[in-house]
Design a protein around this ligand. Structure first.
Ligand SMILES: [Ca+2]
Ligand SMILES: [Ca+2]
Length: 434
């Protein structure tokens, strides 16, 4: 398959390339950068969500699955981008967020109308909440005064979880997949897909000895593989070449690999490798070995839109170590995923005050500590969990909706390293060590 040896490039749309100088990256900006990406050796692009959205969670709260947010351009602009990408011999995959919709989505708005609404059971409602916690903190249940019931949200309260036990939900999602397949995309990245179903006994989750909740009844549920197989079968029936990659919220290789297989996802993100806080060579060697003995094709990445950039986090601004990371990413067995700007050796964007902070997770941390710790310490703690660190504007842009990523004085040498190693991978690799 075309994706087995591919190098993917993740584009976080608002920060990537801005064609009309309004400070927000857009489809035409990406189109202008296609020759640059081709020259780098990129085989496929992954676009993060571009759908109409209130942006409570930066676009992962979708209000319409079959349209684009006008700040990124028009649907026609996206279609032109898909065509231009293909013309250069590259592929393009899109992010799909099917665990939840925005509460502004017409489906949820219809569900809110009355308990009799046909869309009511497309979401998860209860007369009384249980102890389940949201992955963004606090209760996972939000009260609706009108109907005196609670709806379930595994993330923000503005992101209502879909009820995947309802057959009409599945059929509607299949139609959305078809819509994008007909637009010519080459595959899908499935957001938090192991959260899709919950235990319908709605038993309380257990709590560990430190008082932290164990998510026993709301992720990785029995029976989830059945629906995920149906989704993959639907896609492959359209075209066996379409690629599927799952985001599984776990850094346990065994959990991740449950979701990969010939009738499941083609691969999943290996957070056991990609999201490590430290470069521990023994640990990395064990992970590579384990990934190469499971018979499942892994993903290789050290960066994404959710964490500090590897230039700071793993390489500690040391160019030699950074170049070692490029080797680990490109020559080994697995599908390589780069994140925008890592080929330039970019460092983190670190806001100096609250007004420069966009990420809801960092803002929450700031306000949690402000009164007890004071402004400076609260800001420092917020920056440690700030997902915006990797989301700074790329240096292609004059201004931005967010501050700039830190540029690297060794940029040219680093880019040359990526190019040479990607070329080697295409010619001779990737290599399977056993
Ligand atoms: Ca723009
Ligand atoms: Ca769910």
């Amino acid at each position: 398959m075309w994706w087995e040896k591919a190098v993917f490039y993740e584009i976080y749309l608002p920060s990537f390339a801005d064609s009309n100088c309004d400070g927000i990256g857009d489809f035409n900006g990406i189109k202008e950068k296609l020759p640059y990406l081709k020259e780098l050796g990129i085989d496929a692009l992954w676009l993060t969500p571009f759908y109409p959205s209130p942006k409570v969670d930066n676009g992962y709260d979708v209000a319409d699955y079959c349209d684009v947010d006008s700040q990124y351009g028009s649907l026609q602009d996206l279609e032109d981008l898909i065509q231009a990408t293909k013309n250069l011999g590259m592929c393009i995959i899109i992010d799909v967020v099917f665990n939840h919709t925005s509460i502004k989505h017409p489906w949820f708005q219809a569900a809110l109308q009355s308990v009799e609404s046909k869309k009511r059971d497309w979401y998860v409602w209860r007369d009384k909440p249980n102890n389940w916690e949201s992955f963004f903190g606090g209760s996972a249940w939000e009260y609706d005064e009108e109907s005196q019931q609670y709806y379930y949200h595994s993330f923000a309260k503005e992101q209502a979880d879909l009820n995947w036990h309802h057959p009409a939900v599945k059929q509607s999602i299949f139609q959305i997949l078809d819509f994008w397949i007909e637009k010519g995309i080459d595959g899908f990245r499935f957001d938090v897909i192991n959260n899709l179903t919950v235990n319908t006994n709605f038993e309380d989750n257990p709590v560990d000895e430190n008082g932290r909740q164990i998510h026993q009844n709301d992720v990785n549920q029995k029976g989830i593989l059945t629906v995920l197989k149906e989704i993959n079968a639907h896609i492959k029936k359209r075209n066996t070449e379409l690629f599927t990659v799952a985001e599984i919220s776990s850094d346990d290789l065994q959990v991740i690999n449950q979701y990969v297989g010939s009738d499941l996802f083609d691969t999943a993100f290996n957070f056991n490798l990609g999201s490590q806080e430290k470069l521990n060579l023994n640990y990395f060697a064990r992970q590579y070995k384990a990934m190469n003995t499971t018979g499942k094709l892994p993903t290789l990445f050290f960066n994404s839109h959710d964490m500090s950039r590897s230039w700071e986090r793993l390489a500690k601004e040391n160019r030699d170590i950074y170049q070692l990371l490029i080797v680990l990413l490109t020559i080994n067995n697995g599908i390589t995923f780069l994140f925008q700007g890592e080929e330039l050796g970019l460092g983190d964007f670190v806001p100096s005050n609250l007004t420069e902070t966009r990420d809801i997770q960092a803002k929450n941390k700031y306000f949690e500590l402000l009164h007890t710790e004071g402004e400076v310490k609260a800001m420092a703690a917020a920056n440690l969990v700030n997902r915006d660190r990797s989301r700074g504007m790329l240096p292609f842009n004059m201004n931005g909706w967010i501050g700039p990523s830190k540029v690297n004085e060794s940029e040219k040498i680093i880019t040359a390293g990526y190019k040479a190693l990607i070329e080697l991978r295409h010619k001779e690799g990737p290599f399977l060590f056993s």
